[in-house]
Design a protein around this ligand. Structure first.
Ligand code: GLN
Length: 248
């Protein structure tokens, strides 16, 4: 299953947190260590969103995605290494069987300041998301960017984010999905450049936090003993110097 990583902290090259450590996200694309629920490598594309508010007038997330395996794309060493950011959200993809392998299906999904990634699967996602969309109202499934469960979750989450409470929105989406599809696997990461919100629902997640920075990752990228493994069925809120973990 896909792997993802969120970083907030001192400005660095966009590619740096992606390449960081002996088990970097970059390396996890072909050598992941904790692939629960099937899949062996994450070669069906990748994406990186970043926030660089000092350079730009607005706080919107910028993004690069590609359907190519991350290790084959020269944009990583040649372009993303040239851009500075104070926050990134990155993902490498192992497409769920039956879902399209295309750029538009690669996380992160973005809208304005928001960036979102999903690691997992929603069984029978059309039925599940269709029922939730009908219940919530104001959602047009024709707006889906790609015919995947992750893109559909992003539509639901954007609708839920209209409440302005991002943690509640993330939990609401998880609870609605698992009430209809109890086998759903829902490791979500949402960021706005200032904070990260993430859930564990079946897949692994670890956090490394200190006063200056925070990193949220499917797998620790190094052996630093300060990595905290997040228990299953949790929602976390993280920013530099701050981490809360609550059960869902
Ligand atoms: N189901 C999602 C997709 O196909 C995520 C896949 C994953 O986590 N491996 O894009």
């Amino acid at each position: 299953m896909c792997r993802h990583l969120g970083y907030l902290g001192p400005a660095c090259a966009v590619s740096e947190p992606v390449m960081r450590g002996p088990r970097s996200l970059f390396r996890q694309a072909w050598a992941p260590t904790d692939m629960r629920g099937g899949g062996t490598i994450n070669a069906d594309g990748f994406g990186v969103a970043w926030w660089a508010s000092a350079e730009w007038a607005d706080a919107a997330a910028r993004r690069y995605r590609s359907a190519a395996p991350i290790w084959t794309d020269p944009a990583v060493p040649e372009v993303l290494s040239q851009i500075q950011a104070t926050g990134i959200l990155a993902a490498v993809r192992s497409a769920t069987v039956g879902m399209p392998v295309e750029r538009s299906a690669c996380a992160p999904f973005t809208h304005g300041k928001w960036a979102f990634s999903h690691n997992g699967v929603v069984p029978e996602w059309r039925k599940t998301v269709g029922a939730i969309a009908a219940d919530l109202g104001n959602i047009d499934l024709l707006d889906l960017e790609a015919a995947t469960d992750s893109a559909a979750l992003w539509l639901l989450l954007q609708r839920a984010l209209t409440t302005d409470d991002a943690k509640a929105a993330v939990v609401d989406v998880v609870e609605r999905v698992v009430s209809l599809a109890p086998d759903a696997r829902l490791n979500l990461v949402l960021g706005d450049g200032e904070q990260l919100w993430a859930t564990t629902y079946y897949h692994s997640l670890s956090v490394l936090v200190d006063d200056a920075s925070v990193c949220v990752a499917s797998e620790p990228y190094d052996d630093n003993p300060a990595w905290q493994a997040i228990p299953d069925r949790s929602v976390i809120v993280a920013r530099p110097g701050y981490l809360t973990v609550e059960q869902i």
